[in-house]
Design a protein around this ligand. Structure first.
Ligand code: HEM
Length: 395
């Protein structure tokens, strides 16, 4: 069977699950001529490339499909640095994201969750992504960066606009995306200008990066703005999709929902199973800098790689019944947060935050009814998952 896979095609942006299954059946990387790119859909291929070939690839050409395959602009942040530079700039905030550091933040995060949740409860319905989880994670990213809380709605709306894709749109280059990106950049640039004038106003990661110096290099205003931009975006979209997805899939599996409602310790399993089953970071990309061989394919310098996590996490050679949502599954090896030097910095925060939001929500509403007709999924090549999950409940 001939497979025609284009990550920017309408079919792939709407639901890539069938094409990923077909590509996995081929058992090897799939070359996409028009993007000079190899699509890696098998778990072992994504894992091997991340762990063994990091020094044969560069992150400086970007990491999203739009950046690497279509030359969308690349923000200059540690996420788009290689090797030692990457380790040192990432290392400046690494301590904030370790398991003990995240644990120490749990009660603050819980208080933030309750503050957002409480006013929603009297209505008898809420949208788990829009009203709750996305708001909380935006506020939390803002807190980590030291941004004024009252501006959260502004940046949240701009991020949504930036990630919006019209039907058939390739990459993030539409006028709507560019205007939102420009406005968000402008907002953060103003903030950087304000704290440069008055450094006492800076807190969190912003204060750390503003004063940091590595090999005599200090971040100028533009680089600092890029970094804040990057943090704000990566910290606010993915985890809320998993929270919404967990509520959605539990509703579709009443036995598992009943078990979670009876035993809160299962919430973590449910959250992690949603990460696997409906991976929010559909794929990330790299540019190859040195030739190497992968599962019988010759990967050449200058070619691009698509690391398709959403497919790897459904690989039937690694997961039994991968297309079944099962909160009792033991995910011994998992690619939900990537692996290697660029492994997700926020993974412990994501798990802690996801669990707290789901705990507080289920404690407050108990059993709930999913308003399935009103649910909506993200459409696009990069992020994947639910962006509207309305439920109704009687407290
Ligand atoms: C369920 C939620 C999340 C998922 C599934 C997820 C997934 C990922 C994945 C797959 C990567 C790429 C890893 C690689 O290239 O090997 C990544 C990178 C990253 N994530 Fe997450 N992420 C989540 C939440 C968060 C949160 C809440 C933050 C907040 C700070 C965050 C910050 C980052 C950063 C900064 C990177 C780039 C790391 C680097 O290049 O050194 N993520 N994430």
């Amino acid at each position: 069977m001939t497979i025609d896979y284009d990550p920017f095609s309408h079919a792939a942006m709407q639901d890539p699950t069938p094409v990923y299954a077909a590509l996995r059946r081929q058992g090897k990387p799939y070359f996409i001529e028009q993007y000079n790119a190899w699509a890696l859909t098998k778990f072992e291929d994504v894992w091997t490339v991340s762990v063994n070939h990091e020094s044969d690839m560069t992150f400086t050409r970007g990491v999203t499909p739009g950046q690497v395959l279509l030359d969308d602009p690349v923000p200059h942040a540690f996420t788009t640095m290689d090797g030692r530079d990457h380790r040192r700039w990432r290392g400046l905030v690494r301590d904030t994201y370790t398991p003990p550091a995240v644990k120490a933040e749990t009660e603050r995060f819980r208080a933030l969750t309750c503050e957002v949740l409480e006013p929603l409860l009297s209505q008898g319905r809420l949208d788990v992504y829009q009203d709750l989880a996305n708001r909380i994670f935006c506020l939390n990213s803002g807190y980590n960066l030291g941004l004024p809380k009252e501006d959260a709605i502004t940046w949240r709306k701009l991020i949504d606009e930036m990630l919006h894709r019209d039907i058939g749109q390739k990459g993030g280059g539409s006028e709507r995306n560019q205007m939102a990106a420009g406005e968000l950049y402008g907002y953060l640039a103003d903030y950087v200008a304000r704290i440069r004038k008055n450094p006492d106003l800076a807190s969190g990661h912003t204060a750390t990066y503003m004063s940091a110096e590595i090999d005599g290099v200090k971040l100028d205003d533009e680089a600092l703005t890029h970094l804040l931009f990057n943090f704000l975006v990566v910290g606010s979209e993915t985890t809320p999709m998993v929270c919404g997805g967990t509520i959605y899939y539990l509703a579709k599996h009443p036995e598992q929902k009943k078990a979670v409602l009876a035993d809160r310790s299962l919430i973590k399993n449910a959250f992690l199973e949603t990460c696997r089953y409906d991976q929010p970071t559909n794929m990330l990309c790299r540019r190859v800098t040195k030739d190497f061989e992968l599962s019988g394919s010759q990967i050449r310098e200058g070619q691009n790689l698509l690391l398709i996590y959403a497919s790897a996490n459904r690989d039937e050679e690694v997961f039994e019944n991968p297309d079944v949502y099962d909160i009792y599954r033991e995910n011994k090896r998992n690619l939900s947060f990537g692996i290697g030097g660029h492994v997700c910095l926020g993974m412990h925060l994501a798990v802690m935050g996801g669990i707290v939001i789901l705990e507080e929500l289920l404690d407050a509403v108990g059993d709930y009814e999913l308003l399935e007709d009103e649910c909506e999924r993200a459409y696009g090549e990069h992020l994947s998952g639910f962006i509207k999950v309305p439920i109704q409940f009687q407290r």
